[in-house]
Design a protein around this ligand. Structure first.
Ligand SMILES: [Zn+2]
Length: 504
């Protein structure tokens, strides 16, 4: 009986978990050999090779998805998918069965493992499933071994890192011990958070008002408190495998490893769990909203008059009327500024527009000239060097004077030295003055007022987005300082030396 020539697709995947792994190229070579000896043609465009994804974490398999899509397509580009082992094809038995039966029954595409014999007859399917089940079992067992190995490493290695607030490591590789006064702060944090239901922001402000510092000796921030509140170390555990050290991204919590540590706990497990419960209940990951939705035309321009930090915007969604914005000092939100510098857009928006109108009416306005950045950098570097030289010169002058007073130098030596140094000083000061002087442009008030008027037109118009209005305003205004107590704003205009192109 002459068999029909089949067209084969190859699916190649490496599982990094496994010890006895075949490289992608070896898998490909074996699959091609198998196809040749079984009268199959391999379509070059249907060789699907995944790049280094582990068997247990295979939720993102772009090539696999492409291959399934091709198999489902009208053209029926191949009759069979060759894999080295079934464990390459799917991450578990259920998935394997779902895909295989779909491929066989709906697309008439077979999946063949070239290293595991497919047994014909009534038990064939059953044995195939047993093979898959063994694969899955092996994969789970192996990741168990991997976990155990990592935990051992964790227990040995975790204590080599910097200890968190509340602990110190007395000597290299020693088990951490409690620093009593810091441990008190940790207990207070958990107690106020869990038992007094204090918010993280309020807690941050409270700790800073007491002058307490983090383990880095800095004021507390929201994120330092979040780190403390989520650190199981305080309940005597150690945590491992939480952050990808290359990308600094948090791994999926299912991959974190927590085990009992050898160090003393500062708080009880119950208190720690209560804190986790509250944190999880209140934690809302930031929705990735398109910029247009979250941006106000004043975004990034308003500054707190008390601390100079930016006011961050907050969108208030209403059902019947369009979203409204409020602005608040970012430093206050982080617990670092004591001024609750807060304002609604319906208050600040018209105030800014009125200030622009006022400038146009008066026909003149104070502004600075902004040089292009690259030029500025070079200039600043040169200035820094010159100023350092000037400081050094002052030291030299002092030393020359001391040498004369101590009788080391004669009066004549001192006079000569003084003259030489004085000459140097005059030259240096002249250079610095030249650099520091802004180029005196011809009065550009007309240009500046023209720009303000154009920007005002854009802000008032309905045909520009908030982002476009924001870009327009940022092309003439450096910052708007808002004073909550006086309900007053100061607008700082600038004129770009080389006009920035507006990206509208
Ligand atoms: Zn502030």
């Amino acid at each position: 009986m002459r068999k029909r020539i089949l067209v084969a697709a190859l699916y190649i995947r490496v599982s990094t978990d496994k010890q006895e792994e075949l490289s992608p190229d070896s898998q490909k070579r074996l699959l091609l050999e198998y196809a040749k000896s079984h009268n199959m043609i391999v379509a070059e465009e249907h060789i699907y090779m995944e790049n280094g994804i582990s068997g247990r974490k295979a939720d993102k398999r772009p090539k696999f998805q492409q291959m399934i899509a091709a198999a489902k397509s009208e053209e029926h580009p191949f009759d069979v998918i060759l894999v080295w082992k079934f464990s390459r094809f799917a991450r578990n038995q259920e998935e394997s069965i779902v895909y295989k039966s779909m491929l066989r029954n709906k697309c008439h595409v077979d999946v063949v493992s070239i290293s595991e014999p497919l047994i014909e007859g009534p038990f064939g399917g059953l044995i195939e499933r047993i093979i898959e089940w063994m694969d899955e079992f092996y994969s789970i067992r192996l990741s168990g071994d991997v976990m155990r190995g990592m935990t051992e490493n964790a227990l040995r290695g975790a204590y080599q890192c910097r200890p968190p607030l509340g602990y110190r490591i007395p000597h290299h590789k020693a088990t951490p011990e409690i620093v009593p006064e810091e441990a008190e702060v940790v207990r207070m944090i958990f107690d106020k958070y869990v038992n007094e239901r204090m918010s993280i922001y309020a807690l941050t402000r409270y700790l800073n008002s007491l002058g307490l510092k983090t383990s880095h000796g800095k004021p507390f921030e929201k994120r330092s408190l979040e780190y403390i509140l989520q650190n199981p170390g305080y309940a005597g555990d150690i945590r491992w495998n939480r952050v990808n050290h290359e990308t600094k991204e948090l791994k999926d919590p299912s991959e974190w490893i927590t085990r009992s540590g050898h160090h003393p706990a500062i708080i009880s497990k119950e208190l720690f769990l209560e804190a986790q419960k509250r944190y999880q209940a209140e934690y809302h990951p930031k929705n990735a909203k398109p910029v247009e939705v979250t941006k106000h035309w004043l975004s990034g321009l308003l500054k707190c008059s008390a601390c100079g930090r930016s006011l961050s915007s907050c969108v208030v969604h209403r059902k019947t009327i369009p979203d409204t914005f409020t602005f608040q000092c970012y430093g206050y939100l982080k617990g670092k500024c004591t001024h609750n510098c807060y304002v609604k857009e319906e208050e600040i928006g018209p105030t800014v527009i009125a200030a622009l109108e006022d400038a146009i009416q008066r026909g003149n306005v104070a502004y600075t000239i902004k040089r292009t950045q690259s030029k500025d950098k070079g200039k600043n570097k040169e200035l820094d060097t010159l100023k350092k030289n000037l400081e050094r010169l002052a030291q030299k002058e002092a030393r020359a004077r001391e040498a004369y007073m101590d009788g080391i130098d004669t009066k004549e030596d001192y006079r000569k030295n003084k003259e030489r140094l004085q000459q140097e000083r005059v030259e240096l000061e002249e250079l610095i003055m030249q650099l520091e002087q802004e180029p005196q442009e011809a009065s550009n008030d007309v240009q500046m007022i023209d720009n303000i008027s154009n920007v005002l037109d854009i802000i008032r118009s309905d045909s520009f987005s908030a982002q476009q209005k924001n870009a327009a305003l940022k092309s003439i205004v450096d910052r708007i300082v808002f004073d909550r107590d006086r309900m007053h704003i100061d607008v700082y205009y600038y004129l770009a030396e080389t006009p920035e192109t507006l990206d509208l």
